[in-house]
Write a protein that binds this ligand. Structure first.
Ligand SMILES: C[S@@+](CC[C@H](N)C(=O)[O-])C[C@H]1O[C@@H](n2cnc3c(N)ncnc32)[C@H](O)[C@@H]1O
Length: 209
């Protein structure tokens, strides 16, 4: 996977967004996790510094080589042991039922097949394992924003932004993959009209039964 323009743009945009509140979302995303964790599509590794001490190991899977190199640098600042590896969400390079948690952060918008990615997450989690997600999603009610998301996704958006889609119903996909949805926070971020297409977010947990 190579998305040089997206990797450059996202690298800069994520610093700005994290300063504007994203960092706190990332901290909440991984708070309270423990044991072995797979982070899927780890990007430049912006969550790695937030893992709590109860985490024994993070396997950070990232297919884009520039972002993977950045994640390897970020891994050095993590308070927990991190291994950065090449791989894709639809074929995770790890064993069945070997992990206590799987983390998706702004990734289920970009994977080519959400169902395959979530089925893989289910495979690698032990029973009772936790799926944590922080994702931008489809607007929560029909209207202009949903129509604009549909139009963006059918035209230039995925090509411009590394396969990203603005209008996916990620919570429905998580439930359809066999997870029990836990507490989910819905919020708008960032709160600027310029970012409206990707502002509806969900942050929460689901459990592999
Ligand atoms: C918007 S970035 C988010 C990066 C990071 N998770 C974060 O929160 O900053 C989307 C990430 O998904 C990754 N990605 C795209 N397709 C993927 C796939 N099929 N499997 C795994 N990761 C993928 C991209 O390389 C990129 O790192």
């Amino acid at each position: 996977v190579s998305h040089p323009v997206f990797a450059w743009v996202f690298g800069r945009a994520s610093v700005v967004l994290d300063r504007a509140g994203g960092q706190e979302h990332r901290r909440r995303l991984v708070a309270g996790l423990s044991g072995r964790v797979v982070e899927v599509g780890a990007g430049s590794g912006r969550n790695l510094v937030h893992y709590p001490p109860g985490v024994r190991e993070v396997v950070a899977v990232e297919p884009e080589h520039r972002l993977r190199e950045a994640a390897a640098r970020a891994a050095r600042t993590s308070p927990v042991p991190v291994t950065v590896v090449d791989g894709v969400a639809g074929a995770l390079p790890v064993a069945d039922a070997a992990f206590d948690a799987v983390v998706f952060s702004l990734v289920l918008c970009s994977v080519p097949d959400q169902s395959a990615a979530l089925t893989e997450a289910h495979r690698v989690l032990r029973p009772g394992g936790r799926l944590r997600f922080y994702e931008h999603v489809v607007a929560d009610r029909p209207g202009v924003l949903r129509r604009a998301q549909r139009l963006a996704d059918a035209t230039v958006w995925p090509t411009l932004f590394g396969g990203c889609h603005t209008g996916r119903d990620t919570l429905a996909a998580v439930a359809a993959a066999g997870f029990d949805l836990g507490p989910v926070d819905r919020f708008t971020f960032p709160r600027t009209p310029l970012a409206a297409l990707f502002a509806p977010h969900v942050l929460g947990e689901a459990v592999r039964p």
